[in-house]
Design a binder for this molecule. Structure first.
Ligand code: A3P
Length: 302
């Protein structure tokens, strides 16, 4: 609610490019792809300027309550916390971004990342700006969200995967419910300024997805450029890419030493986390939520 009205009424520009998703759906992958294509494969800048600085994260501020920072630091990090480093960082993180986004120069396109559903964004967004939305099998999203909740100690998630799954499928985890989020975007997928992608399609045939995004942005690639881009976007290279992997945040002591932001990057990895009962529960949950829509995930139709 801190900035909802400003976000909903956000003035847009024809040069704005949004990348949207429910969290842990492949946003970072698509962000880098979109940014590189839109910027004529400027690898030098992509390497030197972290992705978080090339995009504004619209609702990042939701992660931190500005008036509870002290209690938060105490609770998450204990009495020995490095308050001097953490406080300015958390204050910056918790500050709404819409003002900063409005102040960005008109001369350059704005790249905006969001995990908000389309229904919380400006309803005229697609009349003016472009949106690339990426969706992923919700079971893989749940597993990835679990690791993310451990990775960012700031989220302070106390349970195991079973607890997260239980909350997730009841729509009680952060940014849930996931199906409504995806269905909001799916309903707009045929609008000229919307490109709807699936993580599983990128996984299966990255060049085909790159071509789709390039067409959408009015760009073209020769074979050599395609090969280099595929290589750059590979999970192995992403893991090593300091501009992408968020390893720089380790200095704030907010990351778990056993987890990484770029993780397995696999479609279908959920199978290692779900027992028989959870698998059946998930199937039922998915079937119930897909009953009123023609949305079909590639992983469920193959
Ligand atoms: P896993 O945790 O399943 O590995 P987001 O960027 O929306 O937070 O999504 C993160 C998920 O995308 C993570 O999934 C991450 O590993 C995966 N991912 C990031 N870059 C990737 C890449 N280049 N190839 C495949 N998967 C990637």
């Amino acid at each position: 609610m801190k900035d909802a009205a400003n976000i909903y009424n956000m003035p847009l520009r024809s040069t704005d490019v949004f990348v949207g998703s429910y969290q842990r759906s492949g946003t970072t992958w698509v962000q880098e792809l979109v940014w590189l294509l839109a910027n004529d494969l400027d690898y030098a800048t992509a390497t030197n300027v972290p992705l978080q600085r090339r995009y504004r994260f619209l609702e990042m501020f939701m992660m931190v309550e500005l008036d509870q920072i002290d209690e938060f630091i105490e609770c998450v990090y204990g009495p020995d916390a490095d308050v001097k480093t953490l406080k300015p960082f958390l204050t910056q993180t918790g500050t709404p971004t819409s003002g900063m986004i409005a102040a960005m120069p008109e001369s350059k396109p704005r790249f905006i990342k969001t995990h908000l559903p389309m229904s919380l964004l400006n309803p005229k967004l697609l009349d003016t700006a472009k949106m690339v939305y990426v969706a992923r099998d919700p079971r893989d999203v749940a597993v990835s969200s679990f690791h993310f909740a451990k990775f960012f100690k700031i989220m302070h998630f106390p349970g195991g995967f079973k607890e997260l799954w239980s909350l997730f499928q009841k729509g009680l985890f952060i940014l849930c419910p996931i199906f409504e989020h995806v269905k909001d975007a799916w309903a707009l997928r045929n609008q000229p300024n919307m490109l709807f992608l699936f993580y599983e399609d990128l996984s299966k045939d990255l060049p085909a997805s790159i071509r789709k995004v390039a067409d959408f942005l009015g760009k073209s690639l020769n074979q050599e450029q395609m090969d280099r881009l595929c290589d750059h976007l590979s999970i192995e290279n992403f893991k090593k890419n300091k501009s992408i992997n968020n390893e720089g945040l380790r200095e704030y002591g907010i990351l778990d030493s056993d987890e990484t932001f770029i993780r397995k990057g696999k479609a279908g990895g959920w199978r290692d986390y779900f027992d028989e009962e959870m698998t059946q529960q998930a199937e039922q949950w998915i079937a119930n939520n897909l009953r009123d829509t023609d949305l079909r995930y590639p992983s469920m139709t193959q």
